[in-house]
Design a protein around this ligand. Structure first.
Ligand code: ADP
Length: 990
């Protein structure tokens, strides 16, 4: 006696199973399942296992019975699609993520820029979804019928539908925007796939090891039943096998539930890489048990049709557990497909049938409205599927139902391929192709299902076409051919709108999208929100703008046209995720339009082109890669040019801002590229705008008075054609920082002035020298001649004293003017700085009348320079006496040396009064002194300066050097260094 189950028992089991599914989804949503598991590629692969519907679970055995090895098409077709992932699935995933396209209808409507395309695709998909839904419902009803061995109870099927609807609403329609994924749903579907895989493997293993007693026994049985093996081979030669392969290849992408799981609910784009081999592997595992189950069923004479051998095996061996396992596997396969298919369809119907006709009022909460509408649609679609199942009279075999559904979806394959690879295809072509295909499909496949028409006569070909199971593949190929031919012909013969051409270019694989640089009416994100509030309501509009700003990481006060264009695109994509591309395009082009008047002009957006090229770099090959390398080289040259480069479009939008310009202006490229020249910071704004408007192409030594130290710039400009938009003449500006040159020139002028004063001084000294000597002689003569007159003696003494003073001045003038005149090579020798300093200190301390200060000679005895020791001693005497004069009584004066490989630095630091900023400027000029008349000549530092220059050195002064007390002065002299070893040699020689 065969096992039999009661209805209530089965209902209880189904309910428990579905509740478990609820539990899994609920636990995932509440983060009880770790995220890394949920986002693991394995979860993704298993969730794609939704592909193996009840048809695969049960129907495959039937297919194997009917078509032999042909049943493998279901696995091979899909594996083919996944192995081609890099050229087929990745590009679609990229498109769906970039433009937030949640379904195939979205993708096609976006590409063909037509809401009609969306609507027709949705209707076509609905037509094909109905048989598929009915198939799943029927498989559940059938299995329950077989197990209870009672006529099929439709209300059980209805109860099943209600539970599934509940699940879909709770876990599949939680978020309305495609940007948020339903993790609970994905994980629950993955769980379902695991259940059916395990169930099928166990049943397969049972068939091999229990029914057949192991592989060798199976082998023996097959050799005794040669005809069964031969059955497997023969049908391979015929048409259905190839058509099946094509069907399953297409279904991987175009079936709504597959599209939904592969693209819309993809939690992690990188998982697709694993799925490209993981899913074929999963399906291989699913296909392994099929033949053993078929053979075991045949051997045992299972009490069901071959389609249900998976279930029948358990019945035949009278095993309750095995039967229930098969039942559970079938249940999970059926429920998985219904849930995902309904969700996918509800989104499509919403975006392409409901929203274009009726949009929610702006005052209400749009998000809520969308959510509830979606839920209503889920209920409606499942009910429609149930209605379809009832209308079929439950007498259809599963594989036939499945084929009808699959051939319908096949009609969208040409559309998808043209999205990626044929930009010439247009909406007229697509619509007429799809309609032609669907009509042929309806006549060849749908009609025979409902009516008794078994054949019809084709008058043109004078051929009677018989509609039966064996001929379905003719109908399929006829429908596809009609579709392709019509699509191609109509596309070639009709005109494509510019908008459509643009989005066609945007979708084509490996095409660098070339968006246009157009001007928007709105100029701030706030205005975006105000405009969008008209159709969406203030709250929704604000939320959408904020979301888009956040996605792009743009601040709320952004005004750059470039960034605003990106914002507009982003808002369109986000709205597309919410309401479908047709409605989103409509809203954005109505409320955020581009300027169209003659003032505005269109050119290509080169920032975008460049950023896209960066993304594509690794994928470019051959000539394209070489061109890209060349582009990079030129770009790099401009970027690294040691001169500021800035290029402007005709409307003064900044297209390029190189590194030197970043350094020069302190404004980063990322901040200004894409903005208008009048939006950059001062003082650059005035400088560049005025220069750009100016008629002269050059501006030399322009002094820029900014917030910081003054700069001198040379500016040049040239007109260039804007990239890819000849006729639009932009500008390229070059900015050369000549501040250093300018400072050097100043220094040169300064020393030239000093030199000329020196020459003047020499002349004057020479001229004064003789008369002064004369005066001194006369005064002495007078003193000697009139040595009796005390008054005369006193006066002549004073004259002599004053002439001595004048002589001293003349002397120092002479030595100042002589500086640099001797040929240094003749008498330069290595000079030890420590020794020179000691000598200078010694000489100074001989003057007992001056105030007492302490000199600290901290020079390194190893530091040598090459020069005239007498004149260097003079330098030190001058500096030290100045330091002494400025220092307080008992002040300290430090003399130190430091050295690098090539130079020694001598510093003289005192703790005196310091030098005022005003004095610093004139310090080295002859006759500059702050001392009382008679105290200083103002020639000391001038002399020091010329001696140091003569020694190829430099002198700098820091004052005050003690910043805290605002006291002290430090003179630093840098001189070429002489290495001590070399010095010794030289001095030995000398
Ligand atoms: P003189 O010493 O004859 O005045 P100098 O050319 O040597 O001429 O110096 C010019 C001026 O520089 C001095 O009058 C003095 O005001 C200032 N000066 C030079 N060295 C120092 C110092 N170490 N501290 C303060 N002031 C100094």
């Amino acid at each position: 006696m065969l096992t039999s189950f009661s209805i209530s028992q089965l209902v209880l089991i189904s309910t428990t199973y579905l509740l478990t599914l609820f539990g899994v989804a609920w636990a995932t949503e509440h983060r009880w399942v770790p995220r890394w598991i949920v986002r693991h590629p394995l979860t993704y692969i298993l969730s794609l296992g939704v592909y193996a519907s009840a048809w695969a679970f049960f129907g495959s055995v039937g297919l194997a019975y009917q078509y032999g090895y042909g049943f493998l098409a279901i696995y091979l077709g899909l594996s083919g699609a996944f192995l081609l992932a890099p050229v087929l699935l990745y590009p679609i995933l990229h498109l769906t993520r970039t433009y937030q396209l949640s379904s195939l209808a979205d993708l096609l409507a976006f590409r063909f820029r037509s809401s009609w395309v969306g609507a027709i695709t949705t209707i076509g998909m609905l037509l094909s979804a109905m048989p598929l839904l009915a198939l799943q419902i029927q498989s559940v009803a059938d299995t329950i019928g077989i197990l209870t061995r009672q006529p099929i109870q439709d209300y059980v099927a209805l109860a099943f539908c209600v539970l599934i609807t509940l699940f879909s609403i709770l876990f599949g329609a939680r978020h309305i925007s495609t940007r948020e994924k339903h993790e609970g749903l994905v994980f629950a579907i993955a769980f379902e796939s695991l259940v059916k895989l395990v169930a099928l493997l166990i049943i397969g293993a049972y068939a091999v090891f229990v029914v057949f007693d192991g592989p060798s026994d199976l082998d023996m049985w097959l050799s005794q039943n040669q005809s069964i093996l031969a059955d497997l081979q023969i049908p391979l030669q015929e048409g259905p096998w190839r058509t099946l392969l094509l069907l399953f290849f297409a279904s991987a992408i175009v079936m709504p539930h597959m599209y939904h799981m592969i693209f819309t609910e993809n939690l992690n784009p990188r998982s697709m890489v694993s799925a490209s081999w993981g899913l074929p592997l999963f399906l291989l595992l699913m296909s392994l048990p099929i033949l053993p189950i078929l053979w075991a069923g045949l051997k045992l004479g299972a009490p069901t049709s071959p389609e249900y051998f998976t279930l029948g095996l358990g019945l035949a061996v009278n095993s309750e557990r095995l039967t229930l396992l098969a039942f559970m596997g079938g249940l999970s396969a059926a429920s998985g497909v219904i849930i995902v298919l309904t969700l996918a369809m509800s989104g499509m119907v919403m975006n392409h049938l409901v929203l274009p006709l009726y949009q929610p009022p702006a005052e209400g909460n749009i998000y809520r409205w969308l959510k509830w509408m979606r839920r209503t649609l889920i209920v409606a679609i499942i009910l429609a599927g149930y209605g379809f199942y009832l209308s079929l009279g439950s007498q259809q075999d599963l594989s036939n139902l499945g084929l009808v559904a699959f051939v319908a979806t096949l009609q969208f394959l040409p559309g998808v391929l043209s999205v990626l690879y044929w930009p010439r295809g247009n909406s007229y072509g697509f619509i007429s192709g799809a309609v032609a295909g669907m009509i042929t499909w309806s006549i060849g496949m749908l009609l025979p299902m409902f009516s008794n028409i078994q054949e019809f006569y084709l008058p043109l070909l004078d051929y009677t076409y018989v509609l039966d199971d064996r001929n379905w593949h003719f109908s399929a190929i006829a429908a596809l051919s009609m579709n392709c031919i019509t699509f191609i012909l109509v596309s070639l013969l009709t005109r494509t709108s510019i908008e459509e051409q643009r989005s066609a270019q945007a979708c084509v694989v490996n095409n660098v999208r070339r968006p246009e640089r157009r001007e928007l009416y709105v100029s701030t994100p706030h205005e975006f929100a105000v405009e969008l509030a008209k159709p969406l309501g203030a709250v929704t509009a604000q939320r959408e703008v904020e979301q888009a700003l956040q996605d792009l990481q743009i601040p709320f006060d952004e005004r750059r046209p470039f960034a605003l264009r990106r914002l507009r695109d982003r808002i369109e994509a986000n709205l597309s995720g919410l309401m479908g591309p047709s409605v989103a395009q409509d809203l954005v082009s109505t409320f955020l339009p581009y300027k169209t008047d003659s003032q505005s002009y269109i050119s290509e957006d080169i920032h975008f082109i460049e950023s896209r090229l960066e993304d594509y770099q690794s994928r470019l090959t051959g000539l394209a890669a070489e061109l890209d390398a060349l582009r990079r080289y030129h770009r790099q040259t401009l970027q690294d040019l040691p001169m500021g480069v800035c290029s402007l479009a005709r409307d003064r939008e900044i297209l390029m801002w190189n590194r030197a310009l970043e350094d020069l202006t302190g404004i980063t490229a990322s901040r200004v590229i894409g903005s208008r020249l009048d939006d950059i910071d001062r003082p650059w704004r005035e400088l560049l705008t005025n220069f750009a408007q100016d008629s002269s192409p050059h501006l030399y030594k322009h002094a820029l008075q900014g917030a910081y130290e003054p700069r001198w710039l040379n500016l040049h400009k040239a007109a260039i054609d804007e990239p890819l938009a000849p006729g639009n003449s932009g500008l390229v500006l070059l900015l050369e920082d000549v501040t250093q040159t300018r400072l050097l020139e100043d220094k040169l002028v300064h020393s030239e002035r000093l030199a000329s004063i020196g020459r003047l001084a020499a002349g004057v000294a020479h001229e004064i020298g003789n008369p002064i000597t004369g005066i001194a002689c006369l005064a002495q003569n007078l003193r000697e001649e009139r040595d009796d007159d005390a008054e005369i003696i006193e006066i002549s003494n004073q004259i002599v004293e004053q002439t001595k003073r004048v002589s001293r001045i003349v002397q120092s003038l002479m030595s100042f003017s002589h500086a640099g005149q001797q040929n240094q090579d003749d008498y330069y020798e290595p000079v030890n700085l420590f020794e020179v300093t000691s000598e200078a200190i010694h000489l100074l301390s001989l003057n007992k009348l001056s105030k007492t200060v302490h000199y600290y000679n901290l020079c390194d005895t190893q530091h040598w320079t090459l020069g005239d020791s007498q004149r260097l001693a003079q330098v030190l005497i001058n500096l030290l006496s100045n330091a002494r004069d400025a220092s307080p009584e008992h002040g300290h004066i430090y003399i130190r040396t430091t050295a690098s490989n090539s130079h020694v630095e001598l510093s003289i630091e005192d703790q005196g009064s310091g030098i005022s900023t005003a004095s610093l400027e004139h310090l080295f000029e002859p006759f500059f002194t702050t001392k009382d008349p008679g105290q200083g000549t103002g020639l000391g530092l001038a002399l020091v300066y010329s001696i140091i220059e003569e020694h190829q050195g430099e002198i700098h002064v820091e004052s005050p050097c003690d910043l805290e007390q605002q006291l002290g002065t430090c003179f630093r002299i840098t001189l070429p260094r002489q290495q001590p070893t070399a010095t010794l040699l030289v001095s030995d020689l000398l």
